[in-house]
Structure formats: C-alpha cells, structure tokens
Ligand binder design. Structure first.
Ligand SMILES: NC(=O)c1ccc[n+]([C@@H]2O[C@H](COP(=O)([O-])OP(=O)(O)OC[C@H]3O[C@@H](n4cnc5c(N)ncnc54)[C@H](OP(=O)(O)O)[C@@H]3O)[C@@H](O)[C@H]2O)c1
Length: 305
C-alpha cells in the first residue's frame, strides 16, 4: 500500500516521504479500514508517541495521521460491533501506525459509523477537533448554559468546534486569535473577538471557562481571568499557572463512539460546520502538509481518489 512515512524526528514534516509499505493485519478486536480520507494535526510530529511505543522504544519508521474516514475491509479475531463494508470514522491509536496510508489497523472501539449522507472528507475532519472540543467543554470544563467561555485559537480546527458547541449549549463565547481571523471567529458564533497581537487579554474581565489551545504566556495570563469556581482547560500540555479560586485541567482526547455520533449528527442537521481548509491527494500530501503560506482550517488528505 501507499503510505506517508516519517523516520527522522529532527526533520519534522519536511522529512515525510510517500513510500510503499506492507498492508497492516487486524489484531484482536481490531478492524482494518480502507482509508478514504485522513486528517492531520500540524503539531503531531512533536508528540513523543509518533516516535516511540508505549515502552518508550523507538518505533520508527512510523506512519502519522490519527483521524480517518473509510470503509471496514477486515475484522480481527473476536471483533464485534462493526462489519466489513461499513462506512466508519474515528480516532487512531497514538502509538500505532496511522491514517496517512491506504489501510490502517485500528481497534473497533475507536470508530463510529459514518452516516451515508456525510462525505468522507467531512468525516475525517471531525474526530480530533470534535472530540477534543466536546470533552474539553462538557467533561473537563463542566460547561453550563449561561457560562462565559474564552476560546484561545478560536479560528483553528479545535477552536472553531469549541466555539460552535459552546454557543449551541447556551454559553457566551469570546474567541481569540490573529487579527485576520476576527470575522471567521465571529462567524463560528463568538460574541466577541480578542486579537492577541493587539488587544489586551485582561480587557476580557472574568470568565467561567477558558479553553486554551495556544498555551505559553496566553495560558498563564488566562489563569487570572478565571472566576471563582471556574475552570482552565488546557489542550496544549500541563497548565503553567493555576487559577486562584478555580480548577485547572489538561487532557489528551480519547475516542468515544457515542460522542462521535453526537458530533456527526450536529453536522448533518446544520448545527456544526466543519473547518476544512485544503484538501489534497495522498500523492500531494507531503507538499500539502508542508505549506509555504499560512493555512486556514484543517488539511484533509484524500487517500482514495
Ligand atoms: N490535548 C489534545 O487532545 C489535543 C487535541 C487536538 C489538538 N491539540 C493541540 O491543540 C492545538 C491546536 O490544535 P488545532 O488542530 O486546532 O490547530 P490549528 O488548526 O492550527 O489552530 C490553532 C489556532 O490558534 C492560532 N494561534 C496559535 N498561536 C497563536 C498565537 N500566539 N496568537 C494568536 N493565535 C494563535 C492559530 O493561528 P496560526 O495558524 O496563525 O498560528 C490557529 O488559528 C495544537 O497545539 C494541538 O497539538 C491537543
């Protein structure tokens, strides 16, 4: 099969190569999926799990990509709940070969059925950004209707999902980002926009929840904005400053079939818009994942033409 491979951590995305690899085999409780489309998070090659296994042993060469939509082509020993020929989408294991390939072996529990009226490109854009937003708001952030939410990086893949889901839930959303993203963020449903290069974050006043997809100084300054009983949720690693009278949580997204179902249902009925920027073929994936200009929205690789 054709796959994108990385071998050299120092080279990062520039070291990606399109190569031939053996097709994967389904292990216990796995399925093999014929990948139609794959998502990719721009920071993925900085994650240790791209390079090592769970025992911290080198696992290169590895195939990156952790979001997919496709069709089940084989079942592993003892696998239930999915069938050969079924359309699926979901989140691949961080420590196994990923979805920038024609086939991937993946635990069935990491996948959900993809409804017939949702195309594969949309399907691959949802798992990481949709699940991270859902879990950040509703599990870790304990969002309630009427809360105010500050969303850092609100024009990005995760931030745009956070903005829309929080707004739908009845929260007052303040989005942040680059000056050029003001209208995009307001169009996703934020009531206010903070340009992080020119406005002061402190002007926001107090909020019940911060969803931080940027980190560093932005994260540290945000801790001071949390109201009593509020929460700072970081998706970019451990929180560096604690709120004086609130909680702080950092987490890594997990796959969840029921939540994938909730997310895709919102896309079908128009409550949720995906944030897809560029769509490229697997043959053009290395160039598409190494853009020379600022990209907006998620890059999706169409593996099957
Ligand atoms: N913990 C988890 O489970 C989890 C899950 C998904 C993603 N993540 C992490 O969350 C982060 C966001 O992911 P994503 O897929 O949403 O990325 P993305 O689509 O690139 O979105 C990030 C957004 O934030 C903006 N931004 C970044 N730094 C900024 C700054 N200093 N000032 C103003 N705007 C800034 C970006 O603008 P520019 O493009 O101009 O920089 C972009 O609009 C990444 O670090 C990713 O690794 C974590």
């Amino acid at each position: 099969m054709k796959a994108i491979l990385v071998t050299d951590q120092a080279a990062g995305k520039a070291g990606m190569k399109l190569v031939e690899r053996p097709e994967p085999q389904a292990a216990i409780n796995d399925v093999v999926v014929q990948v139609h489309t794959s998502g990719f998070v721009p920071t993925e090659l900085e994650w240790p799990s791209t390079w090592t296994d769970r025992l911290d042993h080198d696992r290169t060469p590895s195939i990156p990509g952790h979001e997919l939509a496709g069709v089940v082509s084989a079942l592993g020993y003892g696998t239930t709940g999915l069938s050969v020929g079924q359309r699926v989408f979901g989140l691949a294991d961080w420590y196994r070969d990923g979805t920038l390939a024609e086939y991937v072996a993946i635990e069935a529990r990491n996948l959900a059925p993809l409804p017939d009226d949702v195309d594969f490109t949309v399907g691959a854009s949802l798992p990481i950004s949709g699940l991270t937003a859902w879990q950040g708001l509703f599990q870790h952030g304990r969002l309630q209707a009427g809360h105010s939410v500050l969303v850092h990086g609100a024009a990005g893949a995760v931030g745009s999902m956070v903005t829309q889901l929080a707004r739908e839930f009845g929260a007052y959303v303040i989005g942040t980002g680059r000056a050029a993203d003001r209208q995009t963020v307001l169009d996703f449903g934020a009531k206010e926009f903070v340009d992080l290069d020119h406005d002061t974050l402190e002007g926001v006043g107090g909020v019940d929840l911060v969803l931080d997809g940027i980190g560093g100084e932005v994260g540290k300054r945000s801790a001071r904005l949390i109201r009593a009983g509020g929460t700072l949720v970081s998706i970019v690693g451990p929180v560096e400053a604690q709120p004086a009278d609130g909680r702080a949580v950092d987490f890594v997204v997990e796959s969840d079939r029921a939540q994938l179902g909730e997310i895709v249902q919102r896309v079908r009925d128009g409550r949720l818009r995906t944030n897809i920027g560029n769509v490229a073929t697997l043959d053009d994936a290395v160039a598409a994942l190494n853009p020379t200009e600022r990209r907006k929205g998620k890059t999706i690789i169409r593996v099957r033409p």
